[in-house]
Each structure stands twice: as structure tokens, then as C-alpha cells.
Design a protein around this ligand. Sequence first.
Ligand SMILES: [Mn+2]
Length: 250
Amino acid sequence: MSWIFFSDLHLDSDNQILLQAFENLLKREMYTADKLNGIYILGDLCEVWVGDDDDSELISRIRTALRTISVQVPVYFLPGNRDFLLGEQFARSAGMQILQDPCVIELAETKILLAHGDAFCTEDYEYQNLRKVLRGGPFREQVLARSLAERRQMAASLRAESRTRNSNKPDNIMDVSLPDINKAFTEHGVKHFVHGHTHRPGIHIDNIGDQTRFRYVLGDWGWCGWLLRFTGETFQMECFPVRIVPSAGS
Ligand SMILES: [Mn+2]
């Protein structure tokens, strides 16, 4: 029995290596599918999402990879700040179920809070204001009403801007606010919390009174990929190579 969680792959048509690493992960996990009970993707699977009607090779390969494993293992997707426009149409075609951000799930009698993480970066006021606008109904409708070509053009300029600002680097992403994290643990009555977004992978253990709280921060994929595995008893963070550095002489 096991469940895996990962996020922040930032898949992009310009990065075949990451796409292959994602496909390989799902293939590898499929061989252990008799033990795997669920896959949770906690946002920013893609660097940008232009709409469910995107017919690019990237999206088609992502869909095929997800649909193939979803026949054996349930796949859940919680949207990130990069791919919050991913909707029911794509989710259905990829065999995924969309989750609300945040949400509480229960696995092996363990309640776990799941979130992308960006909603907890509350000290970044500018970002939170932008988030409100982007996640609001009108923005979504207005963007999706544009032609696919126009949305691709918008995505290309967003990507270029993101590169110049190095916006995927942890230095450029504010960390979560701990008081808000603690509030969420209390409000949702959980001892386990999994999120990504900050690109600061790690496990944070905190004792509040007689309660121990565990926060698992998923890493972004670059030189290595990250995932969290829950066996029903323990949570393990796994880091695996994505880009193999060739050894001298080979
Ligand atoms: Mn993010």
C-alpha cells in the first residue's frame, strides 16, 4: 500500500528531459501498481497552461502518460499558480480528478492536508492581490474566450518574462508564512500537511503542546525530481536523478 505526491515539474515544450523524466516516473510506478493506491499532483505540473484545447505535443504526451496509469491507479490533480486554468475537460481526458486547494484527504486512517502552497505566501501582498484577480471568474472566462493562438502568444511572453526574472528560483518565491501554516493545521485538525510551490524541499517537524506536526514540502524538478511516498505508516521523501551527468570519458 502506498501513495505518491509530487508537484512543481514546470513541464515545458522546450524541456524534453523533464517530460521524459515525468513519463519515466509514471512508467516506473506502474510496475509497482499493485502497491500503489493513488497519485497526487499538487500543482505546477506545467510551466503554463493555455487551456484544455491545447493540442501541442507536450500536452498530448502528458495526457497519454496520465491516462495510461490512471487505468490502474487513481490520479488526483490540485492546481498550482502556473496551471490553475487546467479544467474538467483535460482532467477527464487524462483520467484525473481535480481537487480543491486546500483539501483534506484521509489515507490509511491518516488525515492529510493538501495545498499547492502559494496561498500561504501571505507576506507577499503583491502576489496575493494578483492571485485574487487571476483566480476570479472574469479573468478565467476572458482568457479562455481568446483564440488558442492568442493564448499561446500570451504564454510565450509569460515564459520569456519568467526566464528573465528567474522566477522559478527559490530566491524569487517568498516562503510560506508560519503563523498561517499553523492556523491551517489547527483549522483542518490534521497532523500532516503536504504542499509544494516554494521550491524549498524538506520535512518540517514541529511540536505544538503535546502534538507533533509534520509538513512535507515537495521540491521542484530540475537536476533531480522529488516525490513524497506515504506507505500508510511512514512518509518518505525521495529524490531521483532527472539529468544524468555523463562521467568523464564516456
Ligand atoms: Mn507554484
